[in-house]
Design a protein around this ligand. Structure first.
Ligand code: AMP
Ligand code: TRP
Length: 340
């Protein structure tokens, strides 16, 4: 444990790997905005372009486009560059510099146990990139180069955050310091795991071959409504208690989405819609989703019409970020024994 009091600071990141879904919005971006607006934290949000090249070769022009589009998505979703620091990872070099130190702190065994590594490398570990294996050490560096205390993420990132704490604890222990905080994951809300609209047992994902399985942040109002009307459901009416959603993954998913979009708890939603058939509930959900999502896609398109402005915001974010990261890297180097 650390006794030091750290400034309450939130950090989170998303890969600019193209395509943003309702899952990214509800599981990540919307919560980033809520934490920004709550006012109890300094908030830093990041496009992790260095992570985006770990899994496969990215076409350079596409990567640049996706990074700017993700920045537009953050801003359209409500991340305000006046209130939060919005950055692109490679523009703040201290992330990669601290990651090197952490590559020397983390153990091969820890990395080998990461489920994301096992899923993504699978049986082809021999041909996977070294960067994919080291991915969680870079992620730990993203967080700890700010001494971030809280990290909002979806359920799937929990293991990486536990590893971040392990790295911080081992560094502190090895060097006899109380320098890095043990960051808290923030995995809360009705939609930490938004599921596919076609299969309630699979996560909604930009990589699902079926476009009908997800709502994209770039979908227009008609497309959003159509996808919700066609979402897989079961024949029963909605229950009025949470227990009634057990073993009904599709129904649970749609109720979770409704609750998250409308800033309600699942209990509140069921109190209102319990007893309804999907024929009644789906149009309500479609209207809600259109009302909340289509302004975001419109704003994103407007922002993408002026990428020079996005680049200015990112350059400015990098300058602000480096005021925090440069001293923390320098102090880390001092602790480790680098002359400078
Ligand atoms: P990714 O697009 O996988 O880089 O994810 C970026 C962020 O969105 C992470 O915090 C994920 O946990 C979150 N996220 C992605 N897909 C979903 C989903 N289907 N449900 C909830 N959160 C998600
Ligand atoms: N690994 C995260 C994902 O795929 C993205 C990420 C990179 C991240 N660095 C981070 C998330 C730091 C939170 C904090 O979703």
């Amino acid at each position: 444990m650390t006794d030091t009091q750290f400034t309450p600071r939130v950090f989170s990141g998303i890969q600019p790997s193209g395509g943003l879904t309702l899952g990214n919005y509800l599981g990540a971006m919307k919560r980033f905005v809520d934490m920004q607006d709550e006012g109890s934290y300094q908030t830093i949000y990041c496009m992790v372009d260095l992570h985006a090249i770990t899994a496969k070769l990215q076409d350079p022009a596409t990567l640049r486009h996706n990074t700017r589009e993700l920045a537009a998505g953050f801003i359209a979703a409500g991340v305000d560059p006046q209130k939060s620091i919005l950055i692109n990872q490679s523009q703040v070099p201290e992330h990669a510099q601290l990651a090197w130190i952490f590559n020397c702190v983390a153990r091969m065994g820890w990395m080998g146990r990461m489920t994301q590594w096992k899923d993504k490398a699978g049986k082809n570990a021999e041909t996977a990139s070294l960067g994919l294996f080291a991915y969680p050490a870079l992620m730990a560096a993203d967080i700890l180069i700010y001494h971030a205390t809280h990290v909002p993420v979806g359920e799937d990132q929990k293991q990486h955050l536990e590893l971040t704490r392990d790295i911080a604890a081992k560094f502190n222990h090895d060097y006899g310091v109380d320098f890095f905080p043990l960051t808290e994951p923030v995995i809360e809300g009705a939609a930490t795991r938004v599921m596919s609209l076609r299969d309630g047992s699979k996560k909604m994902s930009k990589s699902d071959p079926s476009d009908a399985s997800r709502i994209n942040l770039t979908d227009d109002a008609d497309t959003i409504a159509k996808k919700i009307r066609k979402a897989k459901t079961d024949p029963d009416a909605l229950p009025s208690e949470i227990e009634g959603l057990k073993d009904r993954p599709e129904a649970r998913n749609l109720v979770n989405i409704y609750a998250a979009l409308n800033d309600q708890t699942v209990e509140q939603v069921l109190a209102e819609v319990g007893g309804q058939q999907f024929g009644t509930f789906k149009p309500l959900l479609a209207d809600l989703a259109v009302a909340k999502m289509s302004p975001i896609s419109t704003r994103m398109a407007e922002l993408m019409a002026d990428t020079a402005e996005i680049d200015r915001i990112l350059a400015n974010g990098a300058t602000q970020a480096r005021e925090i990261t440069a001293p923390i890297l320098r102090k880390t180097y001092d602790i480790v024994g680098m002359v400078g």
